[in-house]
Design a protein around this ligand. Structure first.
Ligand code: ATP
Length: 429
């Protein structure tokens, strides 16, 4: 079955994955707070991405740039002039909507709309104690800007050869007119982005490599591959500087919507920043070749949309031993808890002691281990299933005799007896 948004949102709140931002004050539209299990899930996703796209490759460098940048960055990139969505206001109830998300009439009251105007989505702030136009800056609306302005620093310090990429994971902020669909469209979110610099004639091959790499990533993180679709963005719909763009869409419970983007951005960004900053943003094309401004392939991944797609792909309901249950079929790499350790009985000190020693030994090797001694074993299994823990390990009286424990597998409910020395390799990721 495919989960509804209600299924996902209620499980996330109930089990400490996600809460409404500023909840005790009635919330703040477009903001969400990750709880203990949510932050573990999100960190695991970001770590997996970093390992796959940065650390396991020889042609990638990571950075972590400032969120607040010199406003000239966003003038050069075109965001000050053009990073806007069309806004309409209902003449009757005064509610505002994104013009491309509504029809002719106000969906709230049926009133008619005024003129469409462009609304810039960058959050403004003031730098320093003076609140005037000279102090205006912005919270970055995407992480890519921090990569382009560090291009020269990377070339000068790391001496890379073309092709090479620079990757960054971090927060981005957009004053979305209508934040909606849980963490799909929020005003503060995270991105994982790569700017991959190539010789102009290489772009087609590298674009194809990243198209395939995105599908590898989808599989690795545990997003249902049959729910991911490529949308070739047509000439009229692409940004003017992009020669090719593919949107990777996912069948979310509320419809097929953009999950990731892959764009060939030519030399638009480096040329714009070179012109505006007066710095030469070029590098040697190859051994003994003259300097060129590289062209760019940009794969862009939303962290929060990944979290939502992983949750939607993992949500299951079934019946086990005559009882209905809900579980998250996370893969081992992203599961916030890799295994839970229980003593069979809570009131037997020898079992509790033995289980606790096992718990500490495992936790030293694999930190995301949980202890649980509340309620009966059946209830503990259900709780762990619901947060997607792949294995439950029970210490019983036999463990005291023969150093074995029961391992129960989440998806099948199968139980087997294993030597406790084997446990790290069973649960290890
Ligand atoms: P949309 O058309 O859905 O507004 P976009 O085309 O503006 O998205 P990009 O500018 O390409 O998005 O941003 C790159 C990625 O960042 C998106 O593919 C998405 O995963 C993520 N992203 C963009 N806006 C948001 C948002 N408001 N909330 C959460 N994630 C977002």
């Amino acid at each position: 079955m495919n989960a509804t948004m209600e299924n996902i949102i209620s499980l996330c709140k109930r089990r400490g994955f996600l809460f409404q931002g500023s909840e005790i004050y009635g919330g703040l539209a477009g903001t969400w707070d990750y709880g203990p299990l949510g932050v573990s899930l999100k960190n695991n996703i970001k770590n997996l991405w970093w390992r796959m796209f940065v650390e396991s490759r020889d042609d990638m460098h990571g950075i972590d740039a400032a969120i607040i940048m010199n406003p000239k960055v966003w003038e050069a990139s075109g965001h000050v002039a053009g990073f806007s969505d069309p806004l309409v206001e209902c003449k009757k109830c005064k509610k505002r909507f994104r013009a491309d998300h509504v029809g002719e009439k106000c969906p709230e009251c049926g009133g008619i709309f005024g003129e469409v105007r462009q609304f810039n989505m960058m959050f403004k702030t003031n730098i320093g104690p003076l609140e005037d136009v000279s102090s205006i800056s912005y919270l970055r609306p995407e992480t890519a800007g921090g990569i382009f302005v560090n291009f020269k620093n990377i070339v000068d310090t790391m001496r890379p050869k073309l092709p090479f990429g620079v990757a960054q994971i971090g927060k981005a902020f957009r004053n979305e007119i209508a934040p909606r669909d849980f963490i799909f469209r929020s005003r503060e979110f995270e991105q994982m982005e790569i700017e991959y610099f190539v010789k102009p004639e290489m772009w087609k091959g590298q674009f194809e490599n990243f198209r395939l790499a995105i599908h590898d990533w989808v599989r690795a993180v545990g997003i249902a591959t049959e729910r991911v679709h490529e949308l070739e963005v047509g000439d009229g719909d692409r940004a003017h500087y992009s020669k090719r763009t593919i949107d990777f869409e996912f069948d979310f419970p509320f419809g097929r919507k953009e999950l990731y983007g892959l764009a060939y951005r030519t030399d638009f960004d480096l040329t714009a920043h070179a012109t505006a900053s007066g710095q030469a943003l070029s590098m040697q094309g190859g051994e003994g070749e003259p300097p060129i401004i590289p062209h760019v392939i940009e794969p862009s991944f939303g962290v929060d949309r990944t979290v939502l797609a992983v949750l939607a792909s993992s949500y299951r309901e079934d019946t086990m031993n005559g009882e209905s249950r809900t579980y998250l079929a996370f893969n081992k790499a992203v599961a916030p808890v890799k295994a839970a350790v229980f003593p069979l009985l809570k009131n037997k000190p020898e079992l509790v002691g033995k289980a606790h020693t096992l718990y500490s030994t495992l936790k030293a090797k694999v930190p995301q281990i949980m202890w649980d001694d509340n309620g009966n074993i059946g209830k503990r299994y259900r709780r762990q299933d619901e947060i997607g823990t792949p294995y439950c390990i029970t210490v019983d009286f036999d463990t005291l005799e023969d150093e074995t424990a029961t391992v129960r597998e989440r998806d099948t409910g199968e139980q087997r007896r294993v030597a406790i020395t084997e446990l790290p390799s069973i649960i290890g990721v």
